[in-house]
Design a protein. Structure first.
Lengths: 156, 549
């Protein structure tokens, strides 16, 4: 981590990740256990996002997509689903207020941090919409597969 | 005492820390206080009125699950109550399952819908409790007296809505039953609950329309006999184009030795049609004396998801046709629930099929004594027997473009206990095979999330959530072993798993077992093969190479 806010995450990684996963699990109607398939995928992906948060590496974007894919089929409005990424801001502020050296981050660092998180939210929104569109595409493709011989005869 | 028995301190810790339906996250609410909310993606379209009328089922009407008034028939409470009472008398298993559960929760985290949704009413114990609570209100005298203390509740329209939602979030896969210390078959509770709901017109079009089609034309898709023949002949032409071999299936031929019955998806849908091509190649390869019926043109039985009587009627059609054609025995294709019906219910519903003969392979002489009563043999064991006796000329290199894993279809695995035959066949027809993790295969296999008539597009979100545990296991072998092919022996799997894979594990394609058999078969008089049955190039078989050794 190169930035000051990245250093804050690095030094408090376990606490921040734990709280973020907790927030993710709380999105579901009943708190989702971490050892469930959803819980595991969510935990793994949030860890990758947190560890690579400063840059849009391939693994980072794959993880953002993975989280968005999980959220896109849940009974949640998009605004609530993607609020998970905004939660990171709150968690970071709470981490600072709970003992991290307050002077370590200047306003300019916070601005950079907030801007980056907002960038990530927009990326996640793109992924979320791609996955929602994919659901509809899958419906079309499934209908076509189910009528494969009919369509073949029509086309012939 | 076993050294593995947990210490009391460990049990206490687990009790205090592990969430259960009675405490933890649900501490402030009883499970029945959690409201049922129908929203897009979590309910199936109800049956069209004409479909209900065609079947002679009650209460045909237009309605949707999001309506506040479901237009239930006058006296529906009595219909349900008497329906339950008569079924308790008729099916001792139902009474046993309702009475014997001690709510230990061993089943709770075994259900793919619970794992994929986190909804406590998807724990099999609670799903069954939806019916059990009503049963307790009306039936065992002691519990009737103790109303309010025994978790009983009076039947209401809200409960009907709850039943409709959660008994349609069970694919009758029976994974929970594997872990139940009492052997309670929650799938049968779901089957009976759906049967009760059908009594008052609470239904699912994706189930009842195939039932109605099958009742009329002999198959779920409603394919008329002439189209059924044309489709298969069209696939035979494809085979000739690809291999140079002319296969000649016969239809409704009296006096054939074997009647072959497979799900209608295999003659209509992608990728089922490629599995059908594999069957046709195999039968030609061994010179089997077989015929295909255009009337008993469906192996599947959506009656199983509707009512016992309808399941019996649709099953009987296959045997009537076998009798009419005068065949010796029936060979069944790659289907899931067809095999649960045949293996577990046929014998007491329509059997024993004494007018047929004990199935004997005309090629190897093997007597299939396991099918002595039903007279119906699964094609995986038929083919495994052929391979075991070295009756097939196979070149597994022709499947080298596929790195495979095997998905045990729930009804084949848990419904009839067949695990090894399909694996044996698969490993003889291709060179690369990797198992998914132990707790996701064989009797512990995870469902595709779309079985029991839930493979409908409007239910896509629930299906994706319910199928996540299966997809996770495939993802594991894809990342670890570069698996790119998921092989299965169920028509619903072949229809639904491509969608599941496309969403959760892109890059993995779905195949029927006999499609791979068809790829690997070295046919007499064939032309040089460079493409598989999907017309995809086979690795190492470029045009100009000689693949004949």
């Amino acid at each position: 981590m190169k930035s000051a806010w990245g250093q804050l995450i690095l030094k408090n990684r376990e606490v921040i990740l734990d709280r973020w996963i907790e927030k993710g699990a709380a999105l579901f109607s009943e708190k989702m256990g971490r050892t469930t398939p959803i819980g595991e995928r969510l935990s793994e992906s949030l860890a990758i996002v947190l560890d690579g948060i400063e840059e849009n590496s391939k693994s980072f974007m794959d993880a953002v997509n993975q989280i968005s894919r999980l959220l896109a089929v849940q009974p949640l409005p998009p605004s609530k689903a993607l609020s998970l990424f905004f939660e990171l801001k709150t968690i970071l502020h709470e981490t600072v207020s709970k003992g991290y050296n307050r002077d370590a981050l200047k306003q300019v660092d916070w601005d950079a941090c907030h801007n980056r998180i907002e960038e990530i939210v927009l990326s996640a929104f793109d992924c979320y919409m791609t996955n929602r569109e994919k659901i509809y595409q899958l419906k079309v493709e499934e209908s076509q597969r189910q009528s494969f011989m009919l369509l073949r005869r029509v086309q012939a | 005492m076993s050294k593995y028995t947990p210490k009391s301190s460990e049990l206490k810790k687990e009790f205090e820390e592990k969430p259960t339906i009675l405490k933890g996250d649900y501490l402030d609410k009883e499970w029945w206080d959690i409201p049922v909310e129908f929203r897009d993606g979590n309910w199936c379209f109800p049956a069209k009125p004409e479909v209900v009328e065609n079947l002679g089922f009650p209460n045909p009407r237009k309605w949707t699950a999001t309506d506040s008034d479901w237009k239930l028939p006058v006296g529906w409470e009595k219909t349900i109550s008497e329906g339950l009472k008569s079924r308790l008398k008729k099916y001792r298993s139902l009474k046993l399952f309702l009475d014997s559960c001690v709510r230990c929760g061993a089943c709770a985290d075994k259900c793919h819908f619970f794992l994929g949704t986190g909804d406590p009413k998807n724990m099999p114990v609670v799903r069954a409790e939806l019916l059990r609570s009503v049963y307790r209100h009306d039936f065992p005298l002691v519990e009737k007296i103790l109303t309010g203390f025994s978790g009983s509740r009076k039947l209401s329209a809200e409960i009907i809505k709850e039943w409709h939602m959660y008994f349609n979030q069970c694919t009758e896969c029976r994974r929970c039953s594997v872990f139940c210390p009492f052997g309670i078959d929650t799938a049968e509770i779901t089957m009976l609950a759906r049967e009760l709901l059908n009594l008052i017109g609470v239904n699912n079009n994706w189930i009842l329309e195939p039932v109605s089609n099958c009742n009329r034309t002999g198959n779920h898709l409603g394919i008329e006999p002439h189209t059924f023949v044309q489709n298969i002949e069209s696939l035979a032409e494809d085979i000739e184009d690809l291999t140079g071999v002319k296969v000649e299936p016969t239809f409704n031929r009296k006096g054939a030795e074997v009647l072959f019955i497979t799900p209608s998806g295999d003659v209509f849908g992608d990728p089922g049609v490629y599995t059908m091509m594999g069957y046709l190649l195999l039968f030609h390869h061994i010179g089997l004396d077989y015929t295909i019926s255009t009337y008993a043109s469906e192996g599947g039985n959506f009656g199983m998801f509707t009512s016992n009587d309808m399941m019996k009627k649709l099953n009987a059609k296959m045997y009537h046709e076998a009798k009419r054609l005068g065949v010796k025995w029936i060979l069944g294709g790659e289907c899931g629930h067809m095999w649960r019906v045949v293996h577990q219910y046929m014998d007491t519903m329509n059997g024993p099929a004494d007018f047929l003969e004990m199935p004997v392979s005309p090629i190897t002489g093997t007597r299939f004594t396991n099918a002595a009563s039903t007279k119906m043999v699964h094609i995986a064991e038929f083919t495994a027997d052929l391979i075991y006796h070295k009756k097939l000329k196979l070149d597994p290199k022709r499947n080298d473009h596929l790195r495979t894993t095997f998905h045990d279809s729930c009804n084949i695995a848990r419904g009839m206990g067949m695990f090894d035959e399909p694996r044996y066949v698969l490993q003889q027809v291709c060179n690369t095979f990797h198992e998914m993790p132990d707790n996701t295969i064989r009797e512990q296999t995870f469902c595709c999330g779309s079985g029991s008539g839930l493979n409908t597009e409007e239910y896509m979100e629930i299906r994706m959530r319910g199928g996540l545990p299966r997809a996770n296991a495939v993802k594991h072998v894809k990342e670890k072993h570069q698996v790119n092919s998921l092989v299965t022996i169920c028509a619903i799997d072949r229809a639904s798993l491509p969608t599941l894979m496309n969403y959760w594990v892109p890059g993995v394609s779905v195949y029927g077992l006999h499609e791979l058999v068809g790829n690997a078969l070295v046919m007499q008089g064939e032309k040089k093969r460079t493409e598989d049955l999907r017309e995809n190039p086979m690795a190492g078989f470029t045009k100009g190479d000689d693949d004949e050794e």
